[in-house]
Design a binder for this molecule. Structure first.
Ligand code: ADP
Ligand code: MG
Ligand code: MG
Length: 207
């Protein structure tokens, strides 16, 4: 379909929950190297809670309503750095989606931009600080340049986020727990950048 409706948004979130669950150990292993070894568990706890609440949402729920439910659930269940950051991202995305029944390419770019801006406002990370922003910002830029086909926008965002996550490997961290490690963080991929890439890859694969 050319426009992303509430049912699509719900399928996307279910795909994120499944991907987080199956890659939980991998995300936690990344966080073990440069953090406190809980990123996979944190996100899995959050998205399993989201799955439990999606059932109660009515069938006609808009994209914004689905995103808002994800936001409030992540804020109350994930904790740590990533909980409030992803919670803010989904909340700002929900606000950008507003009451629309479906998102076209321009609407999708607005939502992604608002999500990224929310993360930056909350966490104050700049590009190359070795955080999830290093996946979000290239994703937003690629999405905005991808034209007016929603599938092309989703694919561009997913590819750019993954490249951004890989590109955190040589960096020293300036935000979050990894910043305590100085040069010892070099050579390790940022877990939050990888989970962002996972979420956007799930979006690109959701029909
Ligand atoms: P915690 O570090 O509290 O255990 P998580 O392990 O769940 O939380 O999440 C860690 C991730 O959060 C990091 O990999 C990074 O991507 C992200 N992060 C941490 N601080 C910031 C920040 N100030 N801005 C953006 N992202 C951040
Ligand atoms: Mg952690
Ligand atoms: Mg922690």
């Amino acid at each position: 379909e050319q426009h992303l409706d509430g049912a699509w948004t719900r399928r996307w979130i279910e795909a994120v929950a499944a991907a987080v669950s199956s890659r939980k150990a991998e995300l936690t292993a990344l966080d073990r190297a440069i953090g406190d070894a809980d990123h996979g568990e944190n996100l899995d706890r959050g998205f399993q809670a989201v799955l439990g609440k999606l059932d109660a949402l009515d069938d006609g729920a808009t994209p914004g309503a689905v995103l808002k439910l994800v936001a409030t659930t992540l804020i109350s269940t994930v904790g740590g750095a990533a909980g409030p950051l992803y919670g803010t991202a989904f909340l700002k995305g929900a606000m950008a989606a507003g009451e629309r029944d479906a998102l076209d390419a321009a609407g999708l770019v607005e939502v992604l931009t608002a999500a990224r801006d929310g993360i930056v406002a909350r966490g104050k990370a700049e590009l190359q600080d070795k955080t999830m922003v290093d996946a979000w910002t290239p994703a937003v830029d690629a999405a905005a340049a991808a034209g007016d086909d929603v599938r092309a926008v989703l694919e561009a965002a997913a590819e750019a986020a993954q490249a951004g996550a890989v590109a955190t490997e040589p960096l020293v961290a300036h935000k979050g727990r990894a910043s305590y490690l100085g040069e010892r963080a070099i050579g390790h991929r940022d877990p939050g950048a990888e989970s962002t890439a996972l979420m956007l890859r799930a979006a690109a694969e959701t029909r």
